[in-house]
Design a protein around this ligand. Structure first.
Ligand SMILES: Nc1ncnc2c1ncn2[C@@H]1O[C@H](COP(=O)(O)OP(=O)(O)OP(=O)(O)O)[C@@H](O)[C@H]1O
Length: 386
């Protein structure tokens, strides 16, 4: 809890108490622990940790609880975000000392206030509305392990989908290491119109990354609730407009943070990136199994850094082995989307902010990602028809 709020943690607890389940008498005050509370331009974001087992039941109380919290001084709109990390039986209602920043900096003030929705919500707001209302399909790019080229794939896939004629957005949910803005060369601060963030246009798509809003080093040390606050803002406070597809770059791994995030974003499918190495494939398997448990279709596996293509003699060297992801995809029964070589040009194009599908569309890397984008575009179109 920040010390400069015009109300106390007791005031919050009392407000939460007033929103009870008429059947069970349960309230968020009994079950939740205040993790963070921020007030910015009248917009309050309250993050509560709740026992995993009762998260769904408690989520239903969020809209009413948010209305009660909105009666507190200085609060114009309230969002309540539930994180379900706390094991059952741990002590409740003990706010941690000191303030905690929540959300994506202070760029979006008085936004639509619809964070916390989604088709499997864990949170809610007073003005609960459909999140990403104008977005037809949301797909994630994920990896079980860091450094395998997930963000590079997300950028080239999104721009490739744009080249396929789909109106595409790209959201950087890799909160701890946002890099998409650099890979797109979109380093300018986004505009805020009527309190709503405007995504930045680049290479035929629109994009929003936390890296456009806050210092990257600051984001790296954020803990779970702050990450969720930031993701809520990227989902709810950004004017994504109408899109055929929104590509979401997830943080690497399959831990609690990824699981919560995956439940928060209304995903229609996921693309998983791996290198051919055994160790990366073990992690890719975990990622596939996480999406399967959540009943989110895996659109396919991409093998990145498949082989090194020597720019001088054209000889291919299989640095990390070869074909592992294709075989793994077969074993797991998910589509194999293609191989992308390890190329100095791909690294350089990422650093220069020009995705390789734009800068060198006929190169090995450019062609590989365009083929992958073509296959994913077909899958997305099939979803639209279904
Ligand atoms: N096929 C490739 N050839 C050459 N360099 C690549 C290739 N794919 C990715 N890279 C480079 O590898 C580095 C890591 O890539 P990237 O940031 O996309 O990985 P990541 O999986 O998103 O990592 P993390 O999630 O840990 O941030 C970047 O410098 C990127 O330019």
């Amino acid at each position: 809890m920040a010390h400069d709020l015009p109300f106390s943690s007791d005031d919050i607890t009392q407000a939460l108490h007033r929103a009870r389940d008429p059947r069970t008498g349960l309230s968020l005050a009994q079950e939740g622990t205040i993790q963070a509370c921020t007030l910015d331009g009248g917009r309050l974001v309250l993050t509560l940790a709740v026992p995993r087992e009762s998260a769904q039941a408690l989520a239903a109380l969020c809209p009413d609880a948010a209305r009660q919290v909105e009666t507190l001084p200085g609060v114009k709109s309230a969002s309540i975000v539930l994180t379900a990390h706390r094991p059952a039986g741990a002590p409740a209602s003990a706010p941690p000392p000191g303030g905690a920043p929540g959300g994506a900096g202070s760029a979006a003030r008085g936004g639509a206030g619809n964070a916390g929705g989604g088709h499997r919500p864990l949170g809610g707001t007073a003005q609960q509305g459909p999140i990403l209302a104008g977005v037809k399909t949301v797909i994630a790019v994920a990896s079980g392990k860091g450094g395998v080229g997930k963000s590079t794939t997300a950028v080239n896939l999104a721009v490739g989908l744009g080249m396929e004629g789909l109106k595409t957005g790209l959201m950087d949910a890799d909160i701890h290491g946002p890099s998409l803005h650099r890979m797109l060369g979109a380093n300018a601060r986004p505009d805020v119109v009527d309190g709503v963030l405007q995504p930045v246009a680049a290479w035929g798509i629109t994009a929003m990354s936390l890296g456009m809003l806050v210092d990257e080093k600051a984001a790296m040390i954020w803990r779970g609730p702050m990450v969720m606050g930031a993701v809520n803002q990227l989902l709810g406070d950004v004017n994504w407009g109408t899109l055929d597809v929104l590509v979401v770059d997830l943080p690497p791994g399959t831990g609690d943070a990824q699981l919560t995030l995956t439940q928060k974003v209304p995903l229609a499918g996921a693309v998983i990136v791996s290198t051919p190495q055994d160790i990366a494939l073990i992690d890719a398997r975990r990622a596939v199994s996480m999406f399967e448990k959540l009943q989110i279709p895996v659109l396919g596996l991409v093998e990145n850094m498949s082989y090194f293509c020597c720019p001088n003699c054209g000889h291919n060297t299989e640095l990390f082995g070869h074909g592992g992801a294709r075989q793994e995809a077969q074993t797991l029964g998910v589509p194999f989307l293609g191989e992308v070589p390890l190329l100095a040009d791909i690294r350089a194009s990422g650093d220069a902010g020009v995705p390789v599908v734009i800068g060198a569309p006929e190169s090995e890397g450019g062609k590989a990602w365009r083929r992958i984008a073509h296959t994913v575009a077909q899958a997305v179109r099939a979803m639209h028809r279904a």
